[in-house]
Ligand binder design. Structure first.
Ligand code: IPE
Ligand code: IPE
Ligand code: MG
Length: 250
């Protein structure tokens, strides 16, 4: 790990508890090298491995990776198939090392949409690491924030219809508790690689007060130094949550 940056970060003190990343730009990374889009996704896995390792070393509690969106199903069938195979292959290959490093794997999203083999491989990884106490690695798979909110509203209406809950009881807390992320604190830092300045249906509710960090780097080029840069940037922000700067610095 780049020692100077690391020392600086640890000195500043405030390490984000939860980092969420929109891992974008694999296709363009590959295109700029005359490679296939799939090669870009394959190279992106090396970034995932690096970032997971560093987050573990920095003792970050939660890392949520936007791995495949609900809308990504609309890509060409051949690309979707290749991504699903890469996903399964990577989980199978990496799970022992994740386990050894005390990483606890979990997912958010509609996993029923996944091909059976990929679903089974992931469920197996989740089960294998369920008692680990280190980094919580959360893969957003077939995830869309609007779909997640619809699901939550349906669950709440169902409770009201069954008389388990009253209309007046609807609150921020019990909407949050019906989301996939009910066990996870909101992200402190949301990183998007690949140069776009948009959220693309990721954690809309959860990132109401998250600090955003957008970088032009394509995901396969986003490694240790880039992550450390983003954390340093985060450490220089003042989170006000609607209050004045005087109140917050008191
Ligand atoms: C992100 O990279 C990976 C997924 C969405 C699965 P892209 O494949 O979107 O890369 P670009 O945006 O086309 O460069
Ligand atoms: C967002 O990237 C989804 C993931 C990184 C998994 P996209 O490439 O799908 O986003 P858009 O289409 O550019 O908004
Ligand atoms: Mg993209």
């Amino acid at each position: 790990m780049s020692k100077l940056l690391l020392e600086q970060i640890l000195e500043e003190g405030d390490i984000p508890k939860h980092i969420a990343i929109i891992m974008d730009g694999n296709g363009r990374w590959a295109k700029s090298r005359n490679l296939s889009r799939i090669s870009g996704h394959r190279e992106g896995i090396n970034s995932v491995r690096d970032i997971v390792r560093i987050c573990g070393e920095l003792k970050i509690s939660y890392l949520t990776l936007y791995t495949f969106s609900s809308e990504n199903w609309n890509r060409p069938k051949i690309e979707v198939g290749a991504i699903m195979r890469l996903l399964l292959g990577t989980i199978n290959k990496e799970i022992d090392s994740l386990n050894k490093n005390n990483v606890k794997l979990s997912t958010i999203g509609n996993l029923n949409d996944l091909p059976k083999e990929s679903f089974k491989g992931i469920a197996n990884g989740v089960k294998k690491t369920k008692n680990n106490t280190g980094l919580n690695l959360i893969l957003a798979l077939s995830y869309g924030s609007r779909q997640e909110l619809i699901r939550a509203f349906k669950r709440i209406v169902n409770k009201i219809e069954k008389g388990e809950m009253k209309l007046e009881d609807i609150s921020q807390e019990n909407i949050a508790s019906e989301l996939y992320t009910s066990e996870t604190p909101d992200p402190d830092l949301l990183i998007r690689t690949g140069g776009e300045h948009r959220i693309s249906n990721f954690l809309l509710w959860q990132s109401a007060y998250t600090e955003l960090y957008m970088t032009d780097k394509f995901w396969p080029d986003f490694r240790e130094d880039q992550l450390l840069d983003s954390i340093l940037d985060y450490q220089n922000r003042q989170r006000r949550f609607g209050q004045t700067s005087e109140q917050v610095s008191e």
